[in-house]
Structure formats: structure tokens, C-alpha cells
Design a protein around this ligand. Structure first.
Ligand SMILES: [Mg+2]
Length: 388
């Protein structure tokens, strides 16, 4: 007798950070996730996580999805995924769009719909792996049991300033922890000031790989100028250099004018967007985030397409989930970790035991499923009212 989905529980959590972390164009002030628990009629509990926002909108969609999922076989996750996805291009969409939404005129809830699908899909994969008694990366056919991580940080100061001294100290701290690669922000100050920041890190840490993340700061000519200015500093990758309005073909123009490898994809919603990035943007690294959109099912599709085109997977955020995926696919490359607990308090507090990162490598264990146990105190302490 097959098992059935009995209950879906939602835990939106939100933590105001102790300080603002400025990226190129805006500060990061709040860490937030929606934890999705799917419980089966025989007592298995799968855990999904959603990194998207605004949370109330995603929760509203999840609450609309949930009744139709109760009674389904959790092993049928491809069919469930397809049913939910089809609701985004059928008349069923009408019940999800916010009041007065006019999707054809720029409103609508597509990112939030894809985020809701992500949370359910990840929880179903966790159920599947737990039912099989295997860690998820093993269920998927492990290529490796440890995954190289890079330390992500290097924000501007709390007021958006260069903060050279703090930057170099932070990056040196990551290197001392054993990270062979670090990432820092660029694109928020003049190019000369940003070059000075990158040079300071390069000179302090000559052996460490440096990734630069512009968080969509530049138009195409400025991105080309920046890439060429960073080239002599030995940059490992240049991430999301191009602004929101031209992130595919425009990025391809940047690729044609620099020897620096490009990374992008953290804001893509599905395999079609990833296909276009792989085909037309010249990226070397695809950063599709399973917790923001589409879940593990869609991530694996994107990884397969990328693999067929020589593109490596370097997913954005949430290493406790993405670690299993990078470990499982042959073109899995590297994992993003935020070692600073002030920047990412959920990484250090959401689980009873934080997945071990030893010498800059995530070590995947033998525990079934995602292998993490939620810290109930953290869920209660950071329960979100209405984070936006
Ligand atoms: Mg990024």
C-alpha cells in the first residue's frame, strides 16, 4: 500500500539582522525562509525550504495548493510538480493572482508560485529519500560525498561604504577557516573604488580564489569596462554583472569582451530561463536556486541541460539542500556558504546540528533525506508575522 500525504505545515520565519549588509544597489537587512513540512500517513516528515519573498504571498499560494495535495502519493513528485506548474498557465492561475492582478500588464505572482512549488518539491524529495533510508545525494546517485564551498560575504559596510579594513579582515578570516575561495560584492561604488577593494583582498590573500558579485549593477558597457578592470586581479568569476533589463543577451556581450568567467542564474524561475542563459549569455557557472524556484526536480533538469553545454553548477545559498545536489551531478562544482552568523543566522540556528563544513568542504553524512533536524526553538523564536 502506498503512503499518502496527510498534512502540510508552513513555518514562515524571519530574522532582522544586527546590521545592514550592502550589496551594489540595496542593503540586505532580514534573513527569511519559509519552512515547509510534509507529513505522510505513516509518519514520515519531509522538510522543504523556500528562500523567496514576499512571504505572505507565497504562504497564501501554499495554503491554496495544500488541500489538493493531501491524499496524494508523495513518490509521484514529477506528476505533482507538473500539476502545480500547469496551474500557472491555466485558468487556475486566476485564484492565485493578487487582487487586481493583471499578469499581462506586469503584475502577477509567478516568482511566488515557483517558490511555492519549490518548497513542496524539496519536502517530497526529502520524504522520498527518508523512505528509501538514503541520504538525498545517495538517492540521486552520488558523484562525491564532500563538496567544495566558497565563503560568501565581502559586503559593503552598514552604510554602503567601502570598509576596506573590515573587508580584508573578513576575507582573511574565511581563509583561516580553510576556505580556498571567497566572494565579495562590487558594483556599488565607483569602479576605481571597487578595484581598490578587490586589489586589497588579492594582495592580502594571493593564493585564494576571488569571486565578484555585482548583483545586477551595470549596464552592458559598464559591465565590460568593469570586467576588464578586474581581469588583471585574477578573478575566478564575475557574477550577475548586468542590470535586470538585459541579463541574457547583454551578459553574452560581456562574455565576448572579457576573459573572466561569468556566473548567473540565481533569479531564474525555471529550466526555460536557464536554457536561455546557457545558450546565449556565455556563462561558465549556473547558479539556479532550488529554494527560490522549482525545487529539486527543476534544479536537476537545469543541471542536465547545463552539463550538456559544458556549464558547471554553482547554486545560490542554502547549502544544506544544494550540497546534496552539487554532490549528485557530474557537473556539480561549488557551494555557497555564509560563514558569518550575523549575515546568515539561519544557517547556524535553524538546525539542531549545522551540517559540517570542514576545511572549506561540506561533508555529507549518512543520515537519510536532507539529513537535517529542525530546531523547534528557532522556528518559534523567529516565527514571522508578515515579512516583506
Ligand atoms: Mg549573487
Amino acid at each position: 500500500m502506498s503512503r499518502r500525504i496527510a498534512e502540510i505545515r508552513l513555518h514562515p520565519i524571519s530574522v532582522p539582522l544586527e546590521r545592514a549588509f550592502w550589496m551594489s544597489l540595496e542593503p540586505y537587512r532580514v534573513a527569511a525562509e519559509i519552512v515547509v513540512e510534509v507529513e505522510t500517513d505513516d509518519g514520515l516528515v519531509g522538510v522543504g525550504q523556500i528562500h523567496g519573498r514576499p512571504q505572505p504571498e507565497i504562504v497564501r499560494i501554499l495554503e491554496a495548493f495544500s488541500p489538493s495535495l493531501v491524499g496524494e502519493d508523495p513518490a509521484d513528485h514529477e506528476r505533482i510538480w507538473d500539476t502545480l506548474f500547469r496551474s500557472t498557465f491555466s485558468r487556475g492561475i486566476a485564484r492565485f493572482e493578487a487582487a487586481d492582478g493583471q499578469p499581462h500588464f506586469g503584475a502577477g505572482s509567478k516568482p511566488q508560485l515557483m517558490a511555492a512549488i519549490a518548497g513542496i518539491d524539496i519536502a517530497l524529495w526529502d520524504v522520498k529519500a527518508r523512505a528509501a533510508g538514503l541520504p538525498l545525494y545517495k538517492l540521486l546517485g552520488a558523484c562525491r560525498s564532500t563538496v567544495a564551498c566558497y565563503a560568501s560575504g565581502g559586503y559593503y559596510g552598514a552604510d554602503g561604504e567601502a570598509d576596506l579594513e573590515g573587508l580584508v579582515a573578513e576575507m582573511a578570516g574565511y581563509a583561516a577557516l580553510g576556505f580556498a575561495a571567497v566572494k565579495m560584492k562590487v558594483g556599488g561604488l565607483s569602479l576605481a573604488e571597487d578595484v581598490a577593494r578587490v586589489r586589497a583582498v588579492r594582495e592580502a590573500l594571493p593564493e585564494v580564489r576571488i569571486m565578484l558579485d555585482a548583483n545586477s549593477a551595470y549596464d552592458v558597457p559598464s559591465a565590460i569596462e568593469a570586467a576588464q578592470a578586474f581581469e588583471p586581479l585574477g578573478i575566478h568569476w564575475f557574477e550577475e554583472p548586468v542590470a535586470w533589463f538585459d541579463p541574457v543577451v547583454g551578459l553574452g556581450r560581456v562574455a565576448a569582451h572579457t576573459s573572466v568567467s561569468l556566473a548567473s542564474g540565481e533569479r531564474e524561475l525555471h529550466r526555460f530561463g536557464c536554457r536561455d542563459l546557457v545558450d546565449h549569455s556565455g556563462i561558465r557557472y549556473l547558479q539556479f536556486d532550488a529554494t527560490r524556484a522549482g525545487g529539486i526536480t527543476e534544479w536537476l533538469r537545469c543541471a542536465a541541460y547545463a552539463g550538456a553545454h559544458g556549464v558547471l553548477m554553482a547554486p545560490h545559498h542554502d547549502p544544506q539542500i544544494h550540497g546534496h545536489l552539487v554532490a549528485a551531478v557530474p557537473n556539480g562544482y561549488v557551494l555557497e556558504v555564509f560563514p558569518n552568523p550575523v549575515r546568515d543566522p539561519l544557517w547556524s540556528e535553524l538546525f539542531v546540528e549545522q551540517p559540517p563544513v570542514v576545511g572549506g568542504e561540506l561533508v555529507l553524512g549518512e543520515a537519510p533525506g536532507l539529513g537535517v533536524t529542525l530546531n523547534r526553538d528557532t522556528l518559534a523564536r523567529y516565527a514571522a508575522g508578515a515579512t516583506r
